[in-house]
Ligand binder design. Sequence first.
Ligand code: NAD
Length: 515
Amino acid sequence: MTTILERGNKMTTKKAVHGAFNFIGGKWGRSSKGGSFENINPATEEVIDFYPDSTAEDVDRAVQFARKAFHSWRKVPVAKRGEILLKAMQILAAKKEEISRAQTKEMGKILKETRGDVQEAIDTAFYYAGEGRRLFGQTTTSELPNKFSMSVRMPVGICGLITPWNFPTAIPSWKIFPALICGNTLILKPASDTPESAVHLVRALEEAGVPPGVVNLVHGRGSTAGKYLLEHPDVNLISFTGSSFVGSQIGASCGKAFKKCNLELGGKNAQIVMEDAKLDLAIEGALWGAFGTAGQRCTATSRVLVHEKVFKEFEERFVERVKRIKVGNGLEESTEMGPMINRSQLKKVQEYVEIGKHKDRAKLLAGGERYTEGECGKGFFFKPTVFEGTSKMRISQEEIFGPVAVLIRVKSFEESMEVLNSTVYGLSGSIYTQDVNRVMRAIQDMETGITYINAPTIGAEVHLPFGGVKQTGNGHREAGTTALEIFSEWKAVYVDYSGTLQRAQIDTHDGDKNS
Ligand code: NAD
């Protein structure tokens, strides 16, 4: 029996080959070589099922089907494509509880959050279904007489979608729905830690009537299935959400091959608490921001920058509340925080805590260890952890992606901005204050793609642009109308009905008379 452990992954490749969970050319099937990997419940360490460990041949088949289907799908009227999305939305809504429970089982986050994750996919489908009756271009004037100009959106072609495990329904949906409404066909390679959520999403699309080949699902490892998809010459676009480490490799590969590419990557987000903040609100915000999804969100609040005048009170009350967070199996309604996604993520968090304690010499205020007994003794649970530290420490600079918050003392608004902007990331930032002038300056000065006022660093809505600056991405934004920029290409169209040869720039400025 072979065992392959991928970086940061709980996936193991074993002989057992259960489900036919790849969806290629409208048919569910197994990997061509018959390999499979385990899907493990991170709260119990039990194997839920086995999923196809896809090969280059599987990926190639999926791409060929997507290529074939593209010719007809791009010509389906956009309103009709929108109707299919609307149907998918209704199917997801009807199955919301079933999908949420499956997601909690394979991903670990609490039911309230997985319901939110599935709801986000429902909202996204609804939003882009509406684009079926919009997808606006521009009509404009011409510099020449008897000439008409407009711009129209065209599909990009075959899209490879590579997604992480932390929002296993929502993130694929942010890519799939705008890709489809724009007339593209696609291959989804979901994270191997959360394959079942992807199956539910694709089944909803199948039931909604998406034609064979338009949506394909290929499971497997990033280093194999992901890489084959990335490097396949017939794929026109790669839409990637994941770590900045992998994202930079994806960007380089796409650059070399002239593939369109959007990257949604890591974060090291901060919440600022000024001395005039409503402390109750700021504490609740930081709790939710830092420990929601056990800190495994790209927008998680991993730094809390507190004004020195209220630092002591904030620290005492925050730490007291953190120690009362109810950790456990996310399937129980009363649980407030679930486990880490896998053993290696747990190990990574443990390592960062050791760095915090011994190298950074930060002050540990709560948590700092895994559970060794009781319900959380099994599974990948880690105690909600709080450090008091400074801005330059590694735990204040690097993405930990776990339930670890660093409290940092600041003396002024100006210093808080400097500290907030001091990392290589730029996804989300938040400020709690009652001062309208500081609010406006924060909006102006935060180097982030998302800025919250008197709200935590998490909680994006589907109709606004989502993404970040610096090493958080490559300048694109998902969600809202901005996602249409990723999944379509602009075409400028000129219709000349003058019956003569008119030369732009030349005829209007008599340029040729002088030549
Ligand atoms: P990851 O980068 O390890 O993996 C993401 C996906 O890429 C997975 O499907 C994986 O199998 C695949 N992959 C890995 N190596 C690959 C390769 N060489 N070629 C092709 N595909 C490859 O990230 P993760 O651990 O799944 O997710 C956590 C990261 O995602 C965090 O850094 C987090 O901040 C980030 N994230 C960002 C956003 C955002 O929108 N900015 C949202 C959620 C998560």
